[in-house]
Design a protein around this ligand. Structure first.
Ligand code: TZP
Ligand code: MG
Length: 218
């Protein structure tokens, strides 16, 4: 059995460049205080050793708060950190190989950007899918065309997995995605590049809470 109790609600994906003069640790710390529910360590331009060191510093912040750390792409780094899981894109390690290396107890999320990827993910025992880009984004150059909220929700349903939307999300559009049926929103610039990352996180957490208060119970 894998831990199923991770919360995709407000999922911060880190980006050193987006954090500007602030450290990633500073941004993550503010986000934790403001109620972020899951954090992904994502850095395309860093060697294994500094990534490991950064991951260890993030775990020191996250573990006492009971918040999971997911590592983007780097299964080796995730294993060395004993992080909660990895997120793999379509060009990363294939799902079956990732699962073989990580074992049954780790969280594996995969990116989904179109219907065939959603159908493929449906065949895998992944823990969640990240669907997007839902809106245009300048953060990921090769993100592809924006899907829009309805198509994002449709792909999430096709995958049959728990789903988080990603790409161009901030407090002005998060509620639309929760209402469309996405369990969570994953954001980079809305928190990392915000003038006040804590305040930005708090407004996303509030949007999520308001949605849950409106949503019919089980
Ligand atoms: N995958 C799809 S869009 C994206 C990733 C990693 C970038 C999201 O960044 P932002 O700043 O939240 O639009
Ligand atoms: Mg990747």
């Amino acid at each position: 059995m894998r831990p199923r109790d991770f919360d995709l609600g407000v999922y911060l994906v880190t980006d050193r460049a987006c954090c500007g003069a602030r450290s990633v640790e500073e941004v993550v710390s503010a986000a934790i205080d403001a109620g972020v529910t899951l954090v992904q360590l994502r850095d395309k331009n860093i060697d294994a050793r500094p990534m490991l060191a950064l991951g260890r510093r993030l775990l020191e912040l996250l573990r006492p708060a009971g918040i999971g750390l997911i590592v983007d792409d780097r299964i080796d780094v995730a294993l060395a950190l004993d992080a909660e899981g990895v997120h793999i894109g379509q060009q990363d390690m294939p799902y079956a190989e990732a699962r073989r290396q990580l074992g049954p107890m780790k969280i594996i999320g995969v990116s989904v950007g179109n219907e065939s990827e959603a159908r493929q993910a449906a065949d895998w025992d992944v823990d969640y899918v990240g669907v997007g880009p839902v809106y245009p984004t300048a953060t990921k150059q090769d993100a592809g065309l924006a899907l829009g909220a309805d198509e994002t929700a449709r792909l999430a349903r096709i995958s049959g997995h728990r789903a988080v939307a990603i790409g161009g999300i901030d407090v002005t559009n998060a509620a639309v995605l929760y209402a469309a049926g996405l369990e969570g929103v994953a954001v980079i610039s809305a928190i990392c590049a915000a003038p006040d990352p804590g305040a930005a996180t708090r407004s996303l957490v509030r949007a999520r809470r308001e949605h849950l208060a409106r949503a019919p119970g089980p």
